[in-house]
Write a protein that binds this ligand. Structure first.
Ligand code: ADP
Length: 164
């Protein structure tokens, strides 16, 4: 699988240790991994797309075959455009599984060549989500167990900028 291009799409608002773990593991399984921040028209985000790309670039610095970018529009179009052979998604719970499989079936109806690789999270990261980080940080909670220190700093700055 060393000559393959995989895509890891997501909101990453903000990136957590759970995301970083999936990136590290996926990067060992493929030739080139594109971490792609989705500009989601449905979601209002805490961080701008550029801020999320910047945080991800910082936390994947040591990984030579990982690129961070952003995209808008249909995931399947981005997939084809990049000539990817699989999309990576992380699974924490049965809720993730149901949602992800539903999504994969829908996308495969548009493109039968679309493949998804699911990586089960490491148990210590199974309770980590970006939304929990945002909620905790909004009330001044300590998020250092959930996100890399660079991201923690950015989260603290963001809430200061918003509320002080
Ligand atoms: P999305 O809005 O696309 O679900 P997220 O940034 O929340 O974006 O998640 C991107 C991907 O990372 C999804 O496949 C999600 O299940 C996975 N993921 C999120 N948190 C974790 C975690 N703690 N461990 C493993 N995978 C995770």
């Amino acid at each position: 699988m060393k000559d393959t291009i995989w895509i890891y799409p997501g909101s990453f608002d903000p990136p957590t240790y759970g995301h970083v773990n999936i990136i590290e593991r996926a990067s060992k399984l493929c030739g080139h991994l594109i971490v792609a921040v989705l500009e989601n028209y449905e979601k209002t985000s805490l961080f701008s797309v550029d801020e999320r790309v910047n945080m991800l670039q910082e936390v994947v610095k040591g990984l030579d075959n990982v690129e961070v970018t952003s995209f808008s529009g249909l995931q399947v179009d981005f997939y084809k455009h990049k000539n990817a052979s699989a999309v990576v998604r992380g699974l924490r719970t049965s809720g993730d599984f149901d949602y992800e499989v539903f999504l994969a079936h829908g996308i495969r109806m548009m493109d039968p060549d679309y493949e998804v690789v699911f990586l089960a999270t490491e148990s210590r990261y199974s309770c980590i989500s970006s939304s929990a980080v945002r909620a905790l940080a909004a009330f001044g909670g300590d998020v250092s167990a959930f996100v890399p220190s660079y991201v923690e700093k950015k989260v603290r700055e963001k809430f200061k900028e918003k509320y002080l």
